[in-house]
Design a protein around this ligand. Sequence first.
Ligand code: BGC
Length: 728
Amino acid sequence: MKRIKSTLVSIFLVAVTTISAQQKLPIYLDATKPIEQRVENALSLMTTQEKVALCHAQSKFSSKGVARLGIPEVWMDDGPLGIREEVYWDQWNGAHWTNDSCTGFPALTCLAATFNPKMAYQFGKAIGEEARYRNKTMLLGPGVNIYRTPLNGRNFEYMGEDPFLSSQIVVPYVEGVQSNGVAACVKHFALNDQETWRGSVDVQVSDRALHEIYLPAFKAAVTQGKVWAVMGSYNQFRGQHCCENDLLLNKILKGNWKFDGVVVSDWGGVHNTDEAVNNGLDIEMGTYTNGLTTNGAFPYSDYYLADPYLKGLQDGKYSESVLNDKARRILRLIFRTTMNIHRPWGSFGTAAHAEVDRKIADQGIVLLKNEDHVLPIEPQQVKTIAVIGENATHRMTIGGGSSSLKVNQEIVPLEGLTTRFGKDFTLVHSIGYSSGKENSAEADSLRNAAIAVAKNADVVLFIGGLNKDPHQDCEGVDRLSYGLPYGQDQLIDSLTKVNKHVVVVLISGNAVAMPWVNNVQAIVQAWYLGSQAGNAIADVLSGDVNPSGKLPFSFPVKLSDCGAHSFGAIAYPGVDQKEIYKEDILVGYRWYDTKHIRPLFPFGFGLSYTSFDYSKPVANRKVYGMNDTIRVTFRLTNSGKMAGAETAQLYVSKPKSAVERPEKELKAFQKVFLQPSKTETVTLLVPVKSLAYYDETKSGWTVEPGTYNLLLASSSQDTKGEASVEVK
Ligand code: BGC
């Protein structure tokens, strides 16, 4: 009894000592305290050196914490399509770990093509789980630069040409990632819309186009998605590099939008200590990209925000309060992520993540043409399928630059098709062309072999497009031409001469010219789809999944139809590193519609194996005030024989205006799933405030009173019904 008593006493004493030890915990370690208190407390315990040490890289992908205080380092990783493999401390090269093979997710063009914010949340949540499992503080993505020209080598990493669509997709993506206690880092802020001269080109664009077209997705990520990090871009804007751009970082991002997170530089995007210190950058990464340890030729201590910054502070050149602001933001990031005791554990390379990839891919694939219902492929009509094209076997998770991945699995198209069709059909594969060999004798023999295979098949699946090699959808370099590379156009032509049933499956993140558009029977835009690519393509070609993707950017007939290519070199790629966005607010469909140029395939377009009927749209009122929301209601019916989904789109036009207006602009959309012969009543919401234009004369937004036309549409070129309303 005595012994039990004394044991109880000692347990009590241990408990009391633990509690009192906890009570002595400094506030910054006390997870029950609000983050801002913890930030202030940590800051008050730090030396100037320690604060400066937070502000620059210590390795290729990490920056320091405060080891003395037990505050962890910041670890970053690309992004945005999967969690990149571990690299050596000071190099880009993979470090040959055996446990870092990730799930490959679809390119963000595909995600945008789902027109489904729920898919964006699932994407963000799943990729965030992978980042968390790998103990990353920050995912370097998503990218939301606007699709201005089909030549931009990085379009596949972005969400298309429309600021409203990309805003609707980026917000849930960010929320999904950050639900894991991992920061998303929205990039590349801003106007990094081409890769040619990306490190130096100086972009001039009007305030109006800046605010209406190029900034909204970033703004949505900050003000609605509450993103914890933003990456500055390589290029210049009005004569100042964007990682050190006072207008973009201090005035707009941190001032107007009240961003309380961290601005990270793009790797090697910093050029000047004074500007980096004072113009809003918080963490400098990748300067002198071979930059080694403290002993190397370009030590991390030489970074603009390292010793030169410290010296400037000691000399009284820089203010301590600016440094404190940077340190606060970085501490806040760490408390939100690695020092958040509630963050979940994450998971990596799981079957569930592969399923997320496949679902998004299934919903993002766009059916562009389907004559005589050649698709889906049915065993009654078809026995032999010829699969032609190098992309049938090309692994697309590799290449393209910093988004390149080491994945745990990649089902290439041929593999997916074989799994799905192998039992009921005879599949014959021939590569038909080979990258880089278009003018050789070998090219002829490849082509002849493919033609022979195509001749004897019931249907030909040509699987081609681009491939993430340099100039073929790749970071660092733009595409050199709008046409398909490696003699594919010629090959498709030859195939259509020997077989009437040619289906082109394009694997690309960009629009391409299609001189053969009228000669092939079907066209499927299949993007870069990640680990489950082949299965998703087979899902759609077989009809297991009814295609429901819509184009997040227009396909012009030819490059010169495109706004950015209509004003000579000064508008793209620039002259003497200067570039003027002369098409101004008329980007993408805004240009084609307003200038009455018919695109090859319009923004928002995508077919289905079923059909949909729209009833007339009705607005809930005739007259609205500035703070009202317009509610447009209509009935959507699946009038075909197969379950499917339609994305109803609402465009708004303002016929009489004090300023130039695009013919119409997307203001709402909804993806609706319907069983055959079912009808759903759908309501789309348009806040009157979202009808504003950016008024340069007052540097703010103006809603013009008057009549607005609301166009209910199935694509930017296919209006199903109209209503008009008055704004007072
Ligand atoms: C890219 C960024 C990327 C970074 C780190 C840069 O070259 O522009 O998008 O996150 O490298 O890999």
